[in-house]
Design a protein around this ligand. Structure first.
Ligand code: ZN
Length: 137
């Protein structure tokens, strides 16, 4: 497993980590297989979607609409970031991506996005590759 550090700069932020993941996977030197991209945190998420700036701001507004802040969440009595945890549970903290010919295989508009929900912080993302023949046509 390779672990990359990503520094976020705002409370909520979406960071395109596709190049970091791609570099790590290429470095593993395996032909075909699958890659796991895994966040070691409870207030981040990892998703695959389009990194179009207006869409990213729509995602930000969508998350705030679905999980509002200041709802008297019980966890807020501990460290005042329950909404970040709840948003993270909706999105998931890992993605799995096919590796074909030593590189991640993504659709034309797909990017690997780290969603910061309680920044700014230094975040650690693990990238693990599992070799195995994928039968693709
Ligand atoms: Zn917390």
């Amino acid at each position: 497993m390779e672990v990359v550090s990503i520094s976020t700069s705002r409370k909520e932020e979406i960071v395109d980590i596709t190049s970091e993941v791609r570099n790590a996977v290429r470095g593993f030197g395996i032909g075909d297989g699958i890659a796991l991209v895994f966040s070691f945190h409870t207030t981040t998420a990892i998703v695959i979607n389009e990194a179009e700036p207006r869409l990213l701001s729509d995602i930000d507004e969508f998350l705030k609409y679905v999980v509002p802040e200041n709802r008297r969440y019980r966890h807020d009595e501990i460290d005042n970031n329950a909404s970040a945890h709840l948003r993270a549970t909706l999105l998931g903290n890992s993605v799995t991506i096919p590796i074909v010919n030593g590189d991640v295989k993504l659709g034309t508009w797909q990017r690997i996005l780290l969603i910061e929900l309680d920044g700014p912080r230094n975040r650690r993302i693990g990238i693990q590759a599992v070799p195995g023949k994928i039968h693709h046509k």
